[in-house]
Design a protein around this ligand. Structure first.
Ligand code: FDA
Length: 390
């Protein structure tokens, strides 16, 4: 059987591409249902884009690569699509747009568009023996319900995502296909992932949350931080985790909104007999005050502290250096950093420069967004770049 385009992966990027590329299209996915990550995203409400999306919100060996696709399909283009389909949405914070109701509305919209475009969907199916055919185009063996069938297409679009959450069906298929055709794949690692610490260092603080500013080898992220049984999580940590590498430390500012020195000095004047530990309660949850007091050996009353001592404490609170032992890994990572080397792809069409008709879109490409709707925007934009070129 012959198609114009075969798309591997019925996730965000694959569905979007199938809905818009035209011609006779088949989408192959080994999952039971399409768009499973969309369904669980954003706590079931799908943070489907971010109105502030720009190239600076992405990590990639080539920060310029994403510019073209992002400029040609903007967050407002996707908002128009969503609104045309009667899906109500709201901005939660920082430009993050969510469905008012449920994430499955986005999946239904995309599968509806796919059907309208006449594309076919082969679920619970895998593609094997993928090869280029002598006259141009590609052939593969479709394995569905124990039956094998040879299929051919002029174009093959790989949209099988990254390695994050193998339990949900994530595989490294895109990277294998890239390597098979001689394309470089940059180092992959888990991103937007909780960080772990040895010996349950923060177990006593599990469940404690506070606003913080967290920085690894990248920008500082002023968002919530959460202590867990195994380490640190919350948006500020997930964001910084994408810039963190094994063995490096992170800097946590536990008082991003107020200068601790000014606050502590003012307290010293009003309540000098207060213990240093309890004086921290003005800035931190009390469980964290207790923990830091013990960890840092804080003793005595506020009245006993010199300006110098309060300045030192203030610096520790705003520049807490921590070295994570690791991360929770692909098991819980929201995304995979790295992937198909952008040098190997045409940024206008997502087509492999050395392999005509072979395209890579979505998360499998070495373009990874921050937390906050950026990754879906990349999936939509890269899919549209490919669809328009086909
Ligand atoms: P995606 O992973 O969506 O799709 C890949 C498809 O390929 C899947 O359907 C899979 O079954 C299929 N596949 C894989 N290997 C295969 C094989 N060997 N054979 C056949 N099929 C195969 N982003 C965001 O912007 N806002 C948000 O709110 C969230 N929330 C969120 C929550 C959670 C828990 C996670 C894990 C991730 C997010 N994300 C997110 C990230 C976002 O889900 C992700 O970046 C996109 O889904 C990537 O889209 P793709 O289409 O590239 O891959």
């Amino acid at each position: 059987m012959t198609f114009d385009t075969i798309i591997l992966g019925a996730g965000a990027a694959g569905l979007m591409c199938a809905a818009h590329c035209g011609g006779r299209v088949l989408v192959i996915d080994h999952a039971k249902h399409p768009g499973e990550k969309i369904r669980i995203s954003g706590g079931g409400r799908c943070n489907f884009t971010n109105t502030g999306t720009g190239p600076a919100n992405f990590l990639s060996a080539n920060p310029h690569f994403a510019k073209s696709a992002l400029a040609r399909y903007t967050p407002w283009d996707f908002v128009s699509l969503v609104s045309e389909h009667g899906i109500a949405w709201h901005e939660k914070t920082l430009g993050q747009l969510f469905c008012d109701d449920k994430a499955t509305q986005i999946v239904e919209m995309l599968t509806g568009l796919l059907r309208k475009a006449g594309a076919e969907l082969a679920l619970e199916s895998t593609a094997e023996d993928i090869r280029a055919t002598p006259g141009g185009g590609y052939a593969l063996t479709l394995l569905r319900a124990g039956r094998r069938q040879t299929l051919a297409a002029r174009r093959l679009v790989v949209a099988t995502g990254g390695k994050s959450i193998p339990k949900m069906g994530a595989t490294g298929l895109a990277y294998d296909i890239a390597r098979q055709f001689g394309l470089n794949v940059t180092e992959t690692r888990p991103g937007l992932v909780p960080l772990t610490f040895p010996e349950g260092r923060f177990a006593a603080l599990s469940g404690t949350a506070l606003p913080a500013r967290v920085q690894a080898e990248g920008p500082a992220f002023p968002e919530a931080l959460l202590f867990t049984h195994r380490g640190l999580s919350g948006p500020a940590i997930l964001q910084a985790s994408s810039y963190w590498r094994e063995g490096e430390s992170i800097t946590v500012n536990l008082s991003p909104a107020a200068d601790p020195f000014t606050r502590l000095r003012a307290q010293r004047q009003e309540a000098g007999r207060k213990s240093l530990t309890r004086s921290l309660d003005a800035l931190l949850p009390s469980r964290l005050s207790d923990f830091l007091s013990q960890d840092w050996g804080l003793k005595g009353n506020l009245g006993d502290q010199s300006d110098r001592a309060l300045q030192d404490l203030s610096q520790r609170l705003t520049g807490w250096q921590l070295t994570p032992g690791g991360s929770e890994g692909y098991r819980t990572a929201e995304v995979t950093l790295g992937g198909i080397d952008t040098d190997a792809l045409n940024s206008q069409s997502m087509e492999a420069k050395t392999q005509p008709g072979l395209h890579f879109i979505g998360e499998c490409v070495d373009v990874t967004g921050w937390l906050g709707g950026y990754n879906f925007q990349w999936a939509w934009a890269s899919a549209m770049a490919c669809a328009r070129a086909i």
